[in-house]
Design a protein around this ligand. Structure first.
Ligand code: PGA
Length: 255
């Protein structure tokens, strides 16, 4: 049987109102609930999680978070711990998104967050990706270092609770020139699997799902999912557009 595709919606800092969050999530859930071959994960802002999670039923469309803090100690004003998210019913946590790295998050902090997520019994969605593609191929060394340092303290038994999202920074968000090409994404997917195999020396490294993210929409989703080597998508802007995201989910179910 083909592996389930994993489609993650990262809502970032939107929508502005809870009512809109309920509406968009309800519409996504309706489509996602009918699709057997797709694991849908919606990552809203923290403040909407407790409300939206009441709409979750079954396993096809579950809730994720966009970040968490690495410590479980109380004295961290403004932060949210991985175990709080787990207790709320969240199943996945995005870690090391480029927009958080742009605010100063280091690989060392990302490693601590990955450890916290795994300790809480959740799946970590580790984001990696270069800011530019240089013709000398330095981006491959950059991605390799991101993975090695972000998973430095992880045991091989945790590989089954890790997803890696390749998100080239130049392809993310409104100012992106374009999505990466399918070839770019597959090339990096192979690189990621090689880095994991070299680090952990186990077959399990080959089974870690690799997602692509950066300007994914209903027009290019099929290319990424149909090419082989890409196990799912991390979708930003299009995940707040319920019809567009639903279309991506349907494409994933047929890929
Ligand atoms: P985008 O964002 O789909 O809006 O480019 C992707 C992401 O940052 O996860």
């Amino acid at each position: 049987m083909a592996k389930k595709k994993i489609i993650i919606g990262n809502w970032k800092m939107a929508p502005k109102e809870a009512r809109e969050a309920r509406r968009v999530f309800g519409a996504i859930k309706k489509t996602a609930g009918g699709l057997r071959g797709v694991q849908t994960v919606v990552c809203p802002p923290y403040i909407y999680i407790s409300e939206l999670i009441r709409q979750v039923s079954g396993h096809r469309c579950v809730m994720g978070a966009q970040d968490c803090f690495w410590s479980e100690e109380q004295a961290h004003t403004g932060e949210i711990s991985a175990s709080m998210l787990a207790n709320m019913g969240v199943r996945y946590v995005i870690v090391g998104h480029s927009e958080r790295r742009a605010l100063g998050e280091t690989n060392e902090e990302v490693a601590k967050k990955v450890a916290a997520v795994l300790k809480a019994g959740l799946t970590a969605v580790l984001c990696v990706g270069e800011s530019e593609r240089d013709e000398h191929g330095n981006y491959t060394a950059f991605i390799k270092t991101q993975i090695q340092e972000s998973l430095s303290s992880m045991r091989k038994s945790s590989l089954e609770n890790i997803i890696i999202a390749y998100e080239p920074i130049w392809a993310i968000g409104k100012s992106a020139q374009r999505a990466a090409s399918v070839e770019d994404a597959i090339e990096v997917s192979i690189l990621i699997k090689k880095v994991l195999s070299d680090m952990f020396h186990t077959e399990g490294a080959m089974n870690v799902p690799i997602l692509y993210g950066g300007s994914v929409n209903p027009h290019n989703a099929e290319g990424f999912l149909g090419g082989g080597g890409i196990d799912g998508l991390l979708v930003g802007r299009a995940s707040l557009d319920a019809p567009a995201f639903s279309e991506i989910l349907i494409i994933a179910s047929q890929a």
